[in-house]
Write a protein that binds this ligand. Sequence first.
Ligand code: PMP
Length: 287
Amino acid sequence: MTRTVYVNGEYLPETEAKVSIFDRAFLMADGVYEVTSVLGGKLIDFDGHAKRLKRSLSELDIREPLTTEDLLAIHRELVARNGIEDGLVYLQITRGSPGDRDFAFPDPETCAPTVVLFTQNKPGLADSPSARTGIKVISIEDIRWGRRDIKTVQLLYPSMGKMMAKKAGCDDAWMVEDGAVTEGTSNNAYIVKGGKIITRNLSSDILHGITRAAVLRFAREAQMEVEERPFTIDEAKAADEAFVTSASAFVTPVVEIDGSAIGTGTPGRVAQRLREIYLDESRKAGV
Ligand code: PMP
């Protein structure tokens, strides 16, 4: 099926959508993105994603090309036009195309940001096999740049990390810096020990996950203890459970790290409970 996508004010068949070869994101990875999940035709955590998008743009001095209301309307229009029940909406905003290549930023008065959105249809997104079986991760060195709190489209290393995991017969990689886990290639990382949920504190070392914020809020509301601090791979191996969160994986249990089973080697109770709460609450609050 040919998708309808959005490019700079127009809804077009995906085969007709075009972006300049001089676009700053194409040449310099000079752009930011968001991924919002859709469940039962409703957008999950849209406000959180819109807020983080604003912050990413502002940190990079890229002009906000559209209001949050406009963005919501475009998201909804794409979900409707593409008949998405369960899936994702991908949004990317770049510094635009100055019509040539230059390291210096173009004049924002004459170079408008590029805005692209498209949907991904994922029937049964909330009922994925990996949520039932849990995933296996390897650890790799975190060699990304130092502003991981900005959601840029520089995804080469996370992409290489996924391939390293695949090669090792695993599903994902947890990145480690100065002996402590930062995050997964496309998710935030957690361990559970003695009923306490441990996840790295927010800083420029990690992306401030929208799912992370919601899950920690629900955990605290359910009287679960949360500790935000760095943890090591050895601690993870000795944990009772582990899990990851992201907009597309929600809460997904981790059952093995570097070949060592975590706890019983099956999805843990805390992860399963948080997944249920997150999905229930988010569906209710979907827009
Ligand atoms: N960390 C990284 C590096 C990611 O790419 C993602 C997913 N975009 C996350 C964490 C999770 O963020 P969110 O819950 O907002 O999807």
